[in-house]
Design a protein around this ligand. Structure first.
Ligand code: FE
Ligand code: FE
Ligand code: ZN
Length: 298
């Protein structure tokens, strides 16, 4: 079964209930949320009554909690320990994020591995390993999914070998996995038209069973551009057919697919129309018009 959804908002007053309702409005059967604004680390407390409402709503609509994804904020940087206070803060934040996910019953947490900034890459990558190992405990029921990065600036986790290095050094192997992002892969130099080659390298070095989530995005920039700017499916350099091949890849059938494609005119979420096109397996050249018409009617 296709497990498909998008990034949705999470507001402190409606919490997961609001996220589920938004996901349902797009025709999704899963979703990804941040427990607060993605660009900051202010987080409210979880209201258990709202969580119960959300879980009931999910049950009624066949959204399995095990397919729901939480995304840690971008600014958590476990790679840099130049400022030990900030390094500790990043670990504490991740710890609290894990606790929030445990409270909600959410299993997967997507994490950007981090950026080396002024540090040596090999040293910075060990900071990531140590940071994650400091945070995880045996009792944790979550899986941290390291996201494959585009290679913007000094980002780490920009190829299979870097991701493999981190995973291999994590103490609790069952609590770490990978989130593939097709835009990031393209921008890091992977040709999505040859996705099978990538998967066979991934299988031999890490194992396909480690893939816990796929971010399906087209890219505004050419392969190997190290930019990281997402585009709507079929409107970028990766192209519709290549993305559809990823979404329906038989080896990745049970992996949740999440859209993080850009809003139209900054205001209008494209996900209902993109999800429709994916389910129809038919590129919609009138996507923008359809989205604008939809929001003007509703
Ligand atoms: Fe991400
Ligand atoms: Fe992503
Ligand atoms: Zn991105």
């Amino acid at each position: 079964m296709l497990i498909l959804g998008s990034h949705v908002s999470y507001k402190n007053d409606t919490q997961l209930v609001g996220s589920v309702k938004e996901a349902l409005s797009y025709g999704s059967n899963t979703f990804m949320f941040y427990t607060g604004a993605p660009q900051n680390t202010q987080r409210g407390t979880i209201n258990d009554l709202l969580t119960i409402d959300a879980l009931n709503l999910m049950k009624e609509n066949n959204i399995a909690l095990e397919n729901v994804i939480c995304h840690a904020p971008y600014i958590v940087n476990l790679a840099n320990n130049q400022d030990l206070e900030k390094y500790q803060f990043a670990q504490d934040f991740l710890r609290n994020e894990i606790n929030r996910c445990e409270t909600l019953g959410v299993r997967y947490i997507v994490l950007h591995p981090g950026s080396a900034t002024k540090l040596e890459r090999s040293y910075a990558i060990d900071n990531i390993v140590n940071g994650i190992n400091n945070v995880l405990v045996e009792e944790d029921n979550i899986v941290i999914l390291l996201e494959t990065m585009a290679g913007k600036g000094t980002e780490l986790g920009i190829n299979i070998d870097e991701i493999k290095y981190i995973i291999d050094h994590i103490n609790f192997q069952d609590k770490v996995g990978v989130c593939l992002d097709t835009c990031h892969l393209n921008d890091s130099g992977i040709d999505i038209a040859k996705f099978d080659d990538y998967l066979s390298e991934f299988e031999s070095k890490i194992g396909l069973n480690k893939i816990g989530c796929i971010h399906v995005n087209d890219s505004k920039n050419p392969i190997n551009s190290h930019k990281d700017r997402h585009e709507n499916l079929g409107f970028g350099t990766i192209g519709w057919d290549n993305l559809l091949n990823v979404i329906y890849h038989p080896s990745l059938e049970n992996v949740p697919k999440i859209l993080e494609t850009p809003y139209v005119n900054r205001d209008f979420a494209p996900y209902k129309q993109e999800i429709e096109a994916i389910k129809n397996k038919q590129f919609n050249p009138n996507l923008y018009e359809d989205i604008l018409n939809y929001y003007h009617k509703n």
